[in-house]
Design a protein around this ligand. Structure first.
Ligand code: GRF
Length: 206
């Protein structure tokens, strides 16, 4: 039976599309995207999902306390029998309730080499700091911001003529590759966690 992914996003949805393309191309075998959810009504990623005939809906978060909202989202993910939750530009911190509902079952993609430059505008932070290498990280999610054990990272050189846009574009290309690879590793159970370290092994199914 296919493993079922639930994708949470707040905006554009290019990482969602990269995951969907990888599933179609069998780079992530035996998987399907069961549901795409957004906390924002107008998120373009929702339309991108619908145009691929993937169920997608907004669950507006406005005015709701964090855990109350997360209980709604977890209920919908469970209704859709989701095995693995993929945050893809989802602009909310998860409550301990949400994290506890999917043990080692939530991944996030972040556009920096964590633990450098967590939070917003990571690419701008990297440029302003003057690092020579930037990149992206796929990590398991805990209740802290952009924390949790790291599954994969990719490095991107920063050139003197890079702007925030050009650096973001280079990083995004790598995001699309490593997110699919990380999802595959996790679904195939090809890892073990020791402390903060995710060690890559030969696998068992999730
Ligand atoms: C990506 O840069 C991702 O790393 C960050 O938010 C952005 C989302 O882009 N968490 P998209 O919506 O997947 O195109």
């Amino acid at each position: 039976m296919n493993k079922r992914l639930g994708v949470l996003l707040s905006g554009r949805g290019s990482n969602f599309e990269a995951l969907a393309d990888s599933i179609t191309a069998n780079r992530i075998p035996n998987a399907e995207i069961a549901i795409v959810l957004s906390n924002r009504e107008g998120a373009p990623g929702l339309d991108r999902a619908k145009s691929r005939n993937i169920p997608a809906r907004a669950i507006p978060s406005k005015g709701l306390e964090r855990e109350t909202y997360d209980r709604e989202v977890v209920a919908v993910l469970n209704e859709h029998k989701v095995d693995l939750v993929c945050l893809a530009g989802y602009m909310r911190l998860l409550s301990p309730y949400f994290v506890g509902a999917f043990p080692n079952g939530i991944l996030n993609i972040h556009p920096s080499l964590l633990p450098s430059f967590p939070g917003l505008e990571s690419q701008r932070q990297a440029l302003e700091y003057g690092v020579k290498f930037a990149g992206c990280t796929v990590h398991f999610v805990d209740e802290n911001l952009d924390a949790g054990p790291i599954v994969l990272q990719a490095v991107v050189p920063v050139n003197d003529d890079d702007t925030e846009d050009s650096l973001s574009a280079k990083i995004l290309q790598e995001e699309h590759k490593i997110y699919s690879e990380a999802v595959r590793i996790v679904l195939e159970g090809r890892y073990k966690i020791e402390g903060r370290r995710v060690l890559h092994t030969n696998g068992r199914s999730m």
